[in-house]
Write a protein that binds this ligand. Structure first.
Ligand code: NAI
Length: 710
């Protein structure tokens, strides 16, 4: 659907004229059309609600027999204007608009293209009928922002499709396609071709027909067994890891068949109010807006141009190179993997193919789409010849400075001038890698996370000479292949690994002082982490950490003793835990013996350590390092750090990331606790960072800081 862009000059207009701009009213005979025009996503801000109400009243006054609600631009509506939350509510409310729809003497039809989400879908559900363009997305994602639909969605949707089907949509927050919604019964028809014309014709053809409003439907909720509903919901809530909003959603939907409509609305409202003002919802919205904010890079000149990439070359087809190449092909970018030998190349390509084939078998990828992706991915052992045709090169060879420098010297000679050369290094100095070339301004780090075809986080590492065009290219390309690029500075471990690196010594210390692996993981998973640090170690392989310690000349007596017994983690069947055939982790008495043994040898008196202490000793060192990262400008803003953790390190978005967490307990408390643990453990690293000292004295917060260029 192509729609003229609407000129929005709202400055100095009176409120009536503003309504006219946000909702355009057009009579087409018996049918009146109301265009919602609040680009880019038609949120239902006050002026839109007022405009809809005014439009409905005007249509009624003119005797229109049908009204079609339609969105201008890319979609119907993405829902409530979240920036209005927490401010005094301006009338009319959405329920007032819905009342006007439900009392309309005729039919009101929503015509949905793009997406109808949250309040947008609730608006549509209040109408007499809904039609949609093919492939339009409809859903109630409120749960993902930490609250429940607040304008009747949890009461109307179950009345249209039944409570269990509604709970699946509302508890998951995932949208469904219009075609699926027709099958379920909450969209009446899919309209091919021009939606507005089709919807007007559909409305005209249905004038005079009786439509039972969702609120008055009883056929899908009658005789519903609460126990059967609870059983379905229990399945849906399995993976919520302590997030409150999914439970609230399930409870609200339950009210649809255990209470009359008006009471159900009250219940929904009550849950909405409690959840939306809670810390979890604040955290989720912090990350939601943060994921948009990180793409606005402080200091980036408006004219910084990214270079077009239509041919990616990945050097190295191992674990990471293969995953990066798959990401590109998944998003339609032709990509060539360069390997040293034909054998390594074939192995690398086969791994990519096998990965896609598993997705096809599981039904999440069509055979045709697989063939398309497979055709986009090629391989070569001709380094110079392939690189000469590249628009962008991403290197993913062994993590060794000499090897990387040789590769970059060759890339510099072979690649066309102006082509960006990126390294996927996870620990090496990007400036030193760049020094092997004559074009350091075109070199930077693009640090993907494993598995690279799955993980959304991309730390783009800015070298001291990387140009804005280079940074813009890495950013745009990352976005294009479905990643969330966060610009970070060049330092050991960048943001994510540098901060988690400060947690590791505390894990070792806690094990010595009194904890077992399961005690630590239980606390971290109870907080909401996808996986505790010890289980994560077992998954990644404990030999990797041991190799790093060896290279750096550091020791970790407990971890070293575990590795010395050949316990490398899941790949050897045991590590911090033992594993059964189903890879279920089980506490291992042998590990307990190792720990007690080492503690005794080191004369550490073990004691009972509280969950609170475990949590603080693992999270506070990360916050402290985060503060240093901000002082150094390695991250430009606290939100960049939070987005890194919630997208690449299993940090639960409903906790908002480490810096948000620190703010939530208050930086004065953070400073005092750090000082206490520094003293109690004799670990100088835990001394509060200067930035924390400063903000604590000022009564400030991370959220209150300005941005600093990375
Ligand atoms: P890998 O050992 O699985 O793959 C490296 C591949 O590069 C091998 O297949 C090797 O044959 C190839 N290679 C080496 N020199 C080459 C050359 N001159 N020309 C063409 N191919 C060459 O290693 P992995 O795990 O994929 O790591 C690659 C890079 O990614 C490293 O810098 C690593 O630090 C980084 N990284 C690794 C992560 C991980 O979780 N494995 C996460 C993020 C970054």
């Amino acid at each position: 659907r192509s729609v003229e862009p609407i000129e929005l000059n709202r400055q100095g207009r009176d409120p009536v004229a503003q309504e006219a701009v946000f909702v355009q009213h057009e009579a087409q005979g018996d049918v009146h059309v109301l265009h919602i025009a609040n680009p880019p996503v038609n949120t239902l801000r006050t002026e839109v609600r007022a405009g809809l109400l005014a439009g409905l009243n005007a249509a009624k006054a003119a005797g229109a027999k049908a009204v079609v609600l339609i969105g201008s631009g890319r979609m119907y509506s993405a829902g409530a204007e979240m920036t209005e939350f927490g401010k005094p509510r301006q009338p009319p409310s959405l329920p007032e608009v819905f009342d006007a729809i439900e009392e309309y003497p005729g039919i009101v039809v929503s015509a949905i293209h793009g997406s109808a989400l949250g309040g947008g879908l609730e608006l549509a559900l209040a109408c007499h009928a809904r039609v949609a363009s093919p492939g339009a997305q409809v859903g109630l994602p409120e749960v993902k922002r930490g609250f429940v639909p607040g304008a009747g969605g949890t009461q109307r949707l179950p009345r249209l499709i039944g409570p269990e089907a509604a709970a699946k949509i509302i508890v998951s927050g995932d949208p469904v396609k219009a075609e699926q919604a027709v099958k379920l019964g909450f969209v009446d028809a899919v309209i091919e071709g021009d939606l507005e014309a089709g919807a007007v014709a559909w409305a005209k053809a249905n004038i005079g027909k009786t439509f039972i409003l969702a609120r008055n439907r009883t056929d899908k909720i009658e005789g519903q067994d609460p126990a059967a509903y609870d059983a379905v919901v229990a399945g849906l809530l399995k993976r919520t890891r302590g997030q409150e909003s999914p439970k609230g959603c399930a409870e609200a939907v339950k009210a649809s068949f255990t209470m009359p409509f008006e009471k159900g609305l009250e219940k929904e409202r009550e849950l909405f109010q409690t959840l939306v003002s809670g810390e979890q919802s604040k955290a989720l919205r912090h990350i939601f807006f943060g994921e948009r904010e990180v793409l606005r890079i402080p200091g980036m000149p408006a004219d910084a141009k990214s270079l077009p990439v239509n041919n990616l070359v990945v050097i190295g087809g191992g674990t990471m190179g293969g995953g990066i190449a798959m990401s590109a092909a998944n998003f339609g970018v032709p990509v060539t993997i360069v390997e040293m030998t034909e054998e390594a190349l074939q192995k690398g390509l086969a791994r990519c193919h096998a990965n896609w084939e598993r997705t096809v078998s599981s039904g999440r990828l069509s055979q045709a789409e697989y063939e398309k992706r497979k055709a986009l991915l090629t391989g070569s052992t001709d380094f110079e010849g392939t690189v000469a045709k590249a628009d962008l090169v991403i290197e993913a060879v062994f993590e060794n400075m000499e090897v990387k420098k040789q590769v970059f010297a060759r890339l510099d000679k072979a690649a066309r001038p102006g082509v960006v050369l990126a390294s996927n290094t996870s620990t090496l100095d990007v400036d030193e890698i760049a020094s092997a070339t004559t074009r350091p301004e075109f070199v930077m780090g693009m640090h993907f996370f494993s598995p690279a075809n799955v993980m959304r986080l991309l730390e783009n590492v800015r070298g001291s000479k990387s140009s804005w065009a280079t940074i813009a290219t890495a950013t745009e390309f990352g976005k294009r292949i479905g990643k969330l690029p966060v610009l970070v500075g060049n330092c050991d471990g960048f943001v994510g690994n540098r901060m988690t690196g400060k947690r590791t010594p505390q894990v070792e210390k806690l094990l010595l002082e009194g904890c077992l692996p399961q005690d630590i993981d239980k606390v971290m998973e109870g907080y909401g982490m996808a996986m505790g640090p010890l289980a994560t170690g077992d998954l990644a392989g404990l030999d990797i950490g041991a190799a790093v310690r060896k290279a750096r000349g550091t020791v970790a007596p407990v971890a070293d003793a575990v590795v010395a017994l050949g316990r490398f983690g899941q790949k050897t069947g045991k590590g911090w835990y033992m594993y059964d055939e189903k890879r279920t982790r089980l506490p291992d008495p042998e590990v307990e013996r190792i720990i007690l043994d080492v503690a005794e040898k080191m004369q550490v008196r073990r004691r009972k350590i509280s969950d609170q202490e475990i949590l603080e000793r693992l999270l506070l060192p990360m916050v402290n390092e985060g503060a240093r990262i901000l002082e150094e400008g390695v991250a430009s803003r606290p939100i960049d750090i939070d987005v890194v953790f919630c997208n690449g390190f299993g940090w639960p978005a409903f906790r908002g990331g480490p810096m948000f967490w620190a703010d939530s307990i208050g930086l004065k408390a953070v400073r005092d606790k750090l000082a206490h643990y520094a003293e109690a453990t004799g670990d100088a690293n835990l001394k509060p960072a200067a930035l924390i000292e400063k903000l604590a004295v000022e009564g400030g917060s991370f959220a209150g800081m300005g941005a600093k260029a990375a």
